[in-house]
Design a protein around this ligand. Structure first.
Ligand code: TXA
Ligand code: MG
Length: 347
């Protein structure tokens, strides 16, 4: 049975001998192994039941360490590293041969980042190899944002969890591919697009779908709790100026939902008490469970940090159906909507 604690030396010794360790990052917890040891990397795929077409991110303690594993280090990479590392940004670059094909799903590029968490930075500085680490959840389920989340599902498959407290950001890193002529956003994440563009100018957006071969592993259905998630309004009815505008024609019908699920197993999810008011009074009174991601005014950084914990909470409370509203289509709202959309996609 895995234990958890703050023993960085112990975590390092386990990793040196090819074992799996849960590690805290500012985004979500990772399931780490020696990134240059094929057998250790294979154990990650096995523990997560993750398909081999879904490549892993290498974690390193600094930008100069990152350069050991990539074949090119363009000026844009240095600019982004200076601006955002350590932090929730992953760069995709052509790989060196020392990086096992298993890590990159046999692609010629590798994804790499410097996470911003003191315990994990301390750990990475003790090691003379990078850590391959996907999010520490069974494949397809909601990413973990606490050590307890990791243990809840992977306790018997891993050797230790380094407990760094709750994750500050709560959404995965933003992924930028620098192997393309124009930098390409592959995954929306904790750093909004506009912040990246402030530093390197316009980027192209190719947010990953099943059919997108340049971003393997980004599935339409992902980050899913067992309970069913239903949007209260269509995503395309939102615009940045009037984020809560809704179009009646797509609004789910209360009586249909109450026919499908017992009322006590249904919940409403919104961002703040103010935002909750967009549910009609009839819905507010017919549905007994109400979740808000922030107590006060909509604060989307705070909402993002609570999102995955809240999705897990739905399953812990054995809810069957949650009706949610979309975040405004700007800044972090885009990444929140991306995760909600994938969580709500049909299995
Ligand atoms: O915040 C994060 O990035 C967290 C923490 C633990 O660092 N990690 C994480 O890893 O989210 P994971 O495995 O859940 O997602 C990694 C994704 C893959 O699914 C894939 O879409 C993309 O990164 N990726 C990895 N290598 C790639 C490559 N060579 N080319 C394109 N995309 C790649
Ligand atoms: Mg993941």
């Amino acid at each position: 049975m895995a234990k958890f604690g703050k023993d960085v030396e112990w975590a390092a010794s386990l990793l040196r001998s090819g074992k799996l360790v849960g590690i805290p990052t500012e985004t979500v917890y990772g399931l780490a192994a020696h990134g240059l040891d094929e057998a250790a990397v294979a154990a990650i795929f096995e523990a997560k039941q993750r398909p081999h077409f879904d490549p892993l991110i290498l974690h390193v303690p600094s930008a100069s360490h990152a350069q050991h594993y990539v074949a090119t280090w363009p000026k844009t990479a240095q600019t982004l590293a200076d601006a955002f590392w350590p932090g929730p940004l992953t760069l995709v670059l052509p790989k060196k041969n020392t990086v096992p094909d298993l890590v990159t799903s046999a692609q010629p590029t590798v994804a790499i980042r410097v996470p911003n968490h003191p315990l994990t930075l301390q750990l990475l500085n003790l090691l003379d190899f990078p850590l391959a680490a996907p999010s520490a959840n069974p494949f397809g389920y909601v990413s973990p944002t606490s050590a307890q989340h990791v243990l809840n599902q992977l306790e018997n498959k891993i050797d230790y969890v380094l407990d760094g407290g709750p994750c500050e950001k709560g959404l995965e890193s933003t992924i930028i591919d620098l192997s393309t002529p124009i930098p390409t956003l592959l995954r929306l994440g904790s750093i909004p697009i506009n912040e990246i563009e402030k530093v390197i100018g316009p980027i192209q957006i190719k947010v990953n779908q099943n059919s997108n071969p340049s971003a393997p592993g980004m599935l339409d259905q992902h980050y899913s709790p067992y309970c069913k998630l239903i949007p209260f309004q269509p995503l395309n009815s939102l615009n940045a100026e009037q984020p809560t505008q809704q179009s009646d024609q797509y609004t789910p019908v209360l009586s249909d939902i109450l026919q499908q699920f017992p009322a006590e197993s249904i919940a409403l999810l919104s961002y703040s008490s103010q935002d909750f008011q967009q549910f009609p009074l009839q819905w507010q009174s017919a549905i007994p469970h109400h979740f808000v991601l922030t107590n006060s005014h909509p604060d989307f950084a705070h909402a993002a940090s609570n999102l995955f914990k809240t999705l897990r909470n739905f399953d812990e409370q054995q809810l069957k159906c949650v009706i949610f509203t979309w975040a405004p289509k700007e800044n972090l709202g885009l990444a929140i909507n991306d995760r909600l959309q994938r969580a709500a996609a049909k299995r």
